[in-house]
Design a protein around this ligand. Structure first.
Ligand code: FEO
Length: 173
């Protein structure tokens, strides 16, 4: 059985992951509207990955005999000034999520919840990757400045990203 404080915090994080998915789907639709289909693809894959993150918390709560309590998901922004602005937002958002994961780790330590602490290590690693990929694309966009042909080439590169579904989970006993 999971402690109430950790259960509540994990439900809050489940909601934050769903919001991240909503945010990146909104960004994907913005890129589609700008005819930047490769950028749109990258964001759509990102939105799918965030759903995977959300479901990891969902499944873990159930596995620990906790309650999943789905909260309202805030509406994400819908407008950005440029691809640069979208990826600046993405980079800042991922830094914020890293802070949330770190707070969860702190809580798992103070509550002496070793199982949750272990599960969170996957998210600690994942956040290093999330921040790094957002920063890398932001850096490339900034290097290109206003070069239309450069953005076109980057768009083709971002079109290569493919969503890899996680391996099927064992049913919870
Ligand atoms: Fe779920 Fe982008 O971290």
């Amino acid at each position: 059985m999971i402690g109430k404080a950790v259960e509540k915090a994990l439900n809050t994080q489940l909601n934050a992951e769903l919001y991240s998915s909503y945010l990146y789907l909104s960004m994907s639709s913005w890129f589609s509207f700008q005819n930047l289909d490769g950028f749109a693809n990258w964001m759509r894959v990102q939105a799918q990955e965030e759903l995977v993150h959300a479901m990891k918390f969902y499944d873990y709560l159930i596995q620990r005999n906790g309650r999943v309590l789905l909260l309202a998901v805030d509406a994400p922004p819908t407008e950005w000034d440029s691809p640069d602005a979208v990826f600046e937002h993405t980079y800042q958002h991922e830094q914020k999520v890293t802070g949330l994961i770190n707070e969860l780790v702190d809580l798992s330590i103070s509550e002496k919840d070793h199982a949750t602490h272990m599960v969170l290590q996957w998210f600690v690693d994942e956040q290093v990757e999330e921040e790094s990929s957002a920063a890398e694309i932001l850096g490339k966009i900034r290097m290109l400045k206003e070069s239309k042909s450069g953005i076109y080439i980057l768009d083709r590169e971002l079109n290569q990203r493919v969503f890899t579904p996680p391996p099927a989970q064992q049913p919870v006993e």
